[in-house]
Design a protein around this ligand. Sequence first.
Ligand code: 6PG
Length: 227
Amino acid sequence: MDIVVRPTAQAAARAAADKVAEQVADAVARRGQATIAFSGGTTPRLMFGRLATLRLPWQQVHIFQVDERAVPAADPARNWDQLRELTDLVPATNQHPMPVESAHADTEYVHELDVTMGTPPVFDVVHLGLGDDGHTASLAPGEPILDVDYTDVGWVETYRGHRRLSLTIPALSRARAQVWLVYGAEKSEVVADLIDGRTPTPAARVLNRPVASVYLDVAAAPSMSVT
Ligand code: 6PG
């Protein structure tokens, strides 16, 4: 597992974007396409901005979601809308928003994953954030979805005000690369738990160390030196 600590959130986001870009370019070179799933929240906005400036074979990139809130399309809580500066770069056929308006969104999205990547679907990259309670994606402490090992997509009943659709632990753990981006002092405890691994937070259960790169600012990793 690579742990990269940068002096600022901006520098951490830039390094994470560059890692995503490296993985995307490698995937297209090897397999003719790249598949990436992005998380939502506020943290990744800096990374999206940097990534959108990079010269990549965007025509061969497929953009998926790690999770989405079941709210109307125009609702600012939707994660998909935050990805616009990236989704505008790929063909419409390569844009894969979670169809949260549908009652069968879970099975529909499983099908979309399988059609694009085969079965079981293996993402080239999954981008992951970290919540202050140790959640990642919409996999929150105590949620039944944490024990779902038979499918790649599942519903989460109301968590922090929203019903959500989320990739499951198997789908996230199976990815060829996990790129974690976390910054801010308020995350320092959960970051320590993630790295230490002895506390079975949802994020620690998703973490697949051989393929994980964790990008942090010094505020989120006060006991670690800048790398
Ligand atoms: C979501 C995200 C979620 C996020 C963490 C961190 O839909 O909320 O997918 O898993 O990554 O909650 O959120 P912040 O970046 O806002 O701290």
